[in-house]
Design a protein around this ligand. Structure first.
Ligand SMILES: Cc1cc2nc3c(=O)[nH]c(=O)nc-3n(C[C@H](O)[C@H](O)[C@H](O)COP(=O)(O)OP(=O)(O)OC[C@H]3O[C@@H](n4cnc5c(N)ncnc54)[C@H](O)[C@@H]3O)c2cc1C
Length: 446
């Protein structure tokens, strides 16, 4: 297996990058050799999908990396029952082109289709339908992974259930997944029925969320500039798969952000984006139809949009707080942000449901989640996020490892009390920058 030194691999937020010994196997039976060859120099390696994690859970700097995107074959697709087994490097982008014409959709999707199945399972991703469908792990029926100490192991909720549970949301540490089998969601149309409406404050957001229990997809964008009376105003969007309109999948294409944007442009985008969205959605509800691509993946229209934040990159922060404290904690979070003057370009607010995940270290839990982008302005930004972390920890919530690349060990361990169990089940050959920081380097984990 050929490996090469790659110094360009970076997180989606572009704050972290570094040198990796990289291998890109094209076949499942080449994964073992790729893992061992990349680990030979530094002792550890890690699977890497499409690199859409904003933080450092997909990096293993000065160690090995096994990029899985060459493992992108469909293994079996039951068009009657909607059960699909595919190699882990298959992207949701490629998957939907095959399944939508047959009347099936992914059971859960993140806000970009440029993620691999392996990456989606390793972070147990959630989507706009969390309140009805839970996270993606609930829809995984079976998977196979390669471990350096055991070879290929197949697991499901009954067989090797510990390993199955630890692998869902297991941050790539329990082995390198080779294939996954998931249950798809039936659709009759590629179109969505969509309804958008403004809300004036957080009370209205919570009322709209409660009122939308029969809408399978809900999400809100919230203003992070206006405090005072306007604190927590936003646009609430809800949708469902339409009954008619054909089953045409999305097309490829769209422009690519060519170079790093100057900070002047960033400021204009940041300040203008929310206002444009807000004013485009008047008080009375907007109702319409949209293709699933525009509804689920608006950011995919501009490839490499992460360059908008310039060379220093950006942090994405996401936390969830349980229902009991959700209103107060969310208000405090927004208050901290508006007072800081660090407006977030994208501030996404959603109520998660209470469907439990089989994942040992899954991020989603019942409650309210807020996701934010902050341009990297060094200490200022880190101090702001530390304040947000405290609000989440005090409310008994947790932070999303796929996001910011700087979650402190104490906050992580508090939010994920089962982390030692993941460390126990970790493949000794696998390691990530994230895990080194939150579980190993504080002296408690090794
Ligand atoms: C625009 C945008 C919107 C997003 N929206 C959401 C959202 O709504 N909800 C959400 O939950 N997330 C969201 N995300 C985050 C994204 O879904 C996750 O970070 C996802 O894991 C990325 O998949 P990837 O293929 O790029 O994996 P990578 O980022 O390359 O890797 C992610 C993790 O998966 C592990 N991994 C990858 N392949 C394997 C394998 N074969 N075996 C074992 N481990 C493996 C890696 O080691 C790493 O720990 C969003 C990201 C972007 C950029």
């Amino acid at each position: 297996m050929t490996t090469r030194l790659d110094t360009s691999i970076e997180t989606w937020g572009r704050v972290h990058r570094g040198a990796h010994q990289l291998a890109e196997p094209a076949w499942r039976d080449a994964v073992a050799e790729a893992a061992r060859a990349t680990a030979a120099a530094a002792g550890t390696t890690l699977a890497h999908g499409l690199g859409r994690s904003y933080g450092d859970s997909a990096l293993n700097r000065d160690g090995g990396l096994v990029r899985t995107t060459g493992l992108d074959r469909l293994i079996a697709f039951d068009r009657e029952g909607g059960i699909l087994r595919a190699e882990v490097g298959l992207s949701i982008d490629a998957l939907l082109r095959v399944t939508v014409p047959a009347g099936w959709f992914v059971p859960v999707t993140p806000g970009t289709k440029f993620v691999t199945l392996g990456g989606a399972v390793a972070n147990d991703v959630h989507g706009k339908n969390h309140h009805v469908a839970g996270s993606v792990g609930r829809h995984v029926r079976r998977l196979a992974l390669w471990r350096s100490d055991r070879g290929v192991v197949e697991c499901d909720p009954e067989v090797e259930s510990d390993l199955f549970s630890a692998t869902i949301g297991g941050l790539g540490l329990t082995g390198i997944m080779l294939w996954v089998e998931i249950a798809l969601h039936p659709i009759r149309s590629a179109m969505m029925q969509v309804e958008n409406r403004r809300f004036a404050d957080l009370d209205e957001f919570f009322a709209l969320s409660e009122d939308s229990a029969d809408w399978p997809y809900t999400v809100a964008w919230v203003d992070t500039i206006q405090g005072g009376e306007a604190l927590g105003r936003g646009v609430f969007s809800r949708g469902r798969h339409a009954e008619t309109g054909g089953l045409e999948p999305h097309r490829s294409g769209g422009p690519t952000m060519p170079i790093n944007a100057p900070s002047l442009l960033l400021n204009r985008v940041t300040v203008g984006a929310f206002n444009r969205l807000y004013h485009a959605n008047p008080g009375s509800a907007f109702r319409g139809r949209r293709h699933y691509d525009g509804f689920f993946y608006p950011l995919d229209r501009l490839r490499r949009w992460n360059r908008l934040y310039g060379a220093r990159g950006f942090y994405q922060w996401q936390g969830v707080v349980p229902p009991a404290d959700a209103r107060t904690a969310t208000r405090t979070l927004l208050d901290v942000i508006t007072r800081s003057g660090e407006a977030s370009f994208l501030a996404v607010l959603k109520n998660f449901g209470d469907r439990p995940s089989p994942g040992l270290l899954s991020f989603p839990m019942a409650g309210t989640t807020l996701a934010l982008d902050f341009p990297n302005r060094g200490e200022r930004t880190l101090a702001l996020m530390a304040e947000l972390d405290r609000v989440v920890s005090q409310a008994g919530g947790r932070l999303y490892p796929a996001k910011d690349g700087r979650i402190p060990a104490a906050a992580f361990q508090l939010g994920y009390p089962s982390w030692r169990e993941l460390e126990r089940l970790r493949d000794p050959l696998l390691m990530s920058d994230f895990w080194r920081r939150v579980a190993i380097s504080d002296g408690n984990g090794g």
